[in-house]
Design a protein around this ligand. Structure first.
Ligand SMILES: [Zn+2]
Length: 305
């Protein structure tokens, strides 16, 4: 057991986030109120007031276009002394509008559900620049697919090569010029480091399936989403969180990028997911970063000699 971790750790370089060049502004140009006006106007299923009522907090820094990265914590209703922590991320791909809208719907539910057992951190809109441009884009404003930009150990060797050879320079899947080159990616990595979730749920569209990376037996279905592994990519969140950090990482692929699931379907996905997390998180190993015990690190691919 110990040697498995030792081997894994031997392949990783650890360095502080300050070592990464930061081109983003230090403070967002848009306030939470202004960001909500824009997000709520863009997403008819959300609306400005729902976004304002969500009580979002702006994190440090800003995107290329000056938008804040926003989140909100929800405490458990039960009295477990150390509740499991779950991070829910919507809209890492800006053109998957339903993934942002359902995050807001579930935030409403979390605000009113007093008996749910987890400490949640919800990041409903992880790529605001991609969402808010006139024709929404998968990538951020700098043309980077954030879900290929996480600092996985295979990034330097494989991410750009795969982009050239397998995607044939698909601009929607550009992984960036370096691992964690993007402010949004680094912000999410820092959130994971700081919040130390026991599980991550990332919402996408439009494949209409459920995917899972991590140490537990995967869930078979949540509502009408059935398990169908979509593959592991250099720089993806599933690779970074599920494979490298060994955090149970659930990817929900909603069936439409724009239209929301019906309320009944959304409710079933949520209930099945909560049930699975409740049954399975107690059997999970502590994630890798809890063994590292270092308070400030980012994983990066080893440099070629
Ligand atoms: Zn996606």
């Amino acid at each position: 057991m110990k040697s498995r971790y030792a081997r894994l750790l031997a392949g990783l370089f650890i360095f502080t986030t300050s070592a990464v060049a930061d081109s983003a502004a230090l403070t967002p140009l848009a306030s939470v109120e202004r960001a909500c006006e824009r997000i709520g106007t863009r997403l008819k299923d959300v609306g400005v007031q729902t976004c304002l009522d969500a009580g979002l907090i702006a994190g440090e820094g800003a995107t290329h276009r000056g938008m804040p990265m926003m989140y909100r914590d929800y405490l458990p209703g039960t009295s477990r002394r150390t509740p499991f922590r779950v991070m829910l991320i919507g809209g890492i791909h800006g053109d998957e509008l339903s993934s942002v809208a359902i995050s807001f719907q579930w935030m409403k539910k979390l605000a009113s559900e007093r008996l749910q057992p987890f400490h949640w951190r919800v990041v409903p809109c992880a790529n605001p620049d991609g969402l808010l441009v006139d024709a929404a884009t998968r990538t951020n404003a700098r043309g980077v697919d954030l879900n290929r930009n996480f600092a996985t150990p295979d990034w330097d060797a494989k991410a750009l090569e795969r982009w050239r050879k397998v995607t044939r320079y698909d601009p929607r899947r550009f992984p960036g010029s370096a691992a964690a080159s993007e402010y949004e990616t680094r912000w999410l990595m820092n959130q994971i480091q700081e919040f130390r979730p026991d599980a991550i749920v990332s919402i996408h569209a439009p494949w209409g399936v459920l995917d899972y990376d991590g140490p537990l037996d995967p869930p078979q279905r949540f509502g009408y989403l059935r398990l169908q592994p979509l593959g592991i990519y250099p720089g993806s969140l599933g690779n970074y969180a599920g494979v490298v950090l060994r955090l149970p990482t659930i990817t929900l692929e909603l069936p439409h990028a724009e239209a929301m699931p019906t309320n009944a379907q959304s409710q079933r996905i949520w209930a099945d997911m909560l049930g699975w997390l409740e049954r399975n998180l107690p059997n999970s190993e502590p994630p890798l970063f809890q063994r590292l015990g270092d308070s400030h690190w980012v994983l990066r691919a080893p440099k070629a000699p």
